[in-house]
Design a binder for this molecule. Sequence first.
Ligand SMILES: [Zn+2]
Ligand SMILES: [Zn+2]
Length: 243
Amino acid sequence: MFERWKKFLIAAAFDPRWTCAVCGRENFGEKYICEECEKKLPFIGENRCAHCGRPLAAAAPVCDTCRNRLTEIDGCRSVFRYAGAVETLIKKFKYGGGKWLAEGFAGYLAALFGESGFEADVAVSVPMLEKDEKRRGYNQTKLLAEAFSALTGIPAEDPLRKKRLTARQAALAGKDRLKNLIDAFRVKDKTLTEGKSILILDDVTTTGATLQAVAAALKKGGAKRVYALTIAAVSVGEKTKKS
Ligand SMILES: [Zn+2]
Ligand SMILES: [Zn+2]
């Protein structure tokens, strides 16, 4: 009996749900983040691109990138600006083994989905190269899609395959990045995409190129509409290394 209690207490002490993921203080909420820290999170407001969902410095209908290209995405929104505590948490989620954060992030995505007006027959994750997924031990967007599915009842599917890029993304400029990416994704199972409204779930919108490429592949696979939701988006005009 005593042994069982001891096990329970140790598990409870290390259950991430019991401490705030931002400040580390005791937290008994459902979100892994305490109320005070949540208030300080950089939520994206009304100043955002109507197409890619990235935050804009000033009010405008769409960002310069979206104005200059045909887009395959029928709508994209992000919960947060990629900054501050959100950036730290996403890095922990992607690179720091913080798999358990999927559930907390999915809660925000489900809430945003509810107000987005997007339709979705299936929720789809962004595939990783097999070797990358093996190295990390998980695909964080797959975890997001599964947690999102548990909250919304929308089935999570994995209809895409990613193959190696011809050139390294970091070495390319915006337009070439997109070209390079578009051929990297392909639908492997059309029964999951044909005639469907599909919602892509991803961690960060940087330039939006990855989402564009994934959406293009899904449309090629017969998808009727493609929407995307991401946890966070880099502000338009901000420079980053990632696609
Ligand atoms: Zn906190
Ligand atoms: Zn845009």
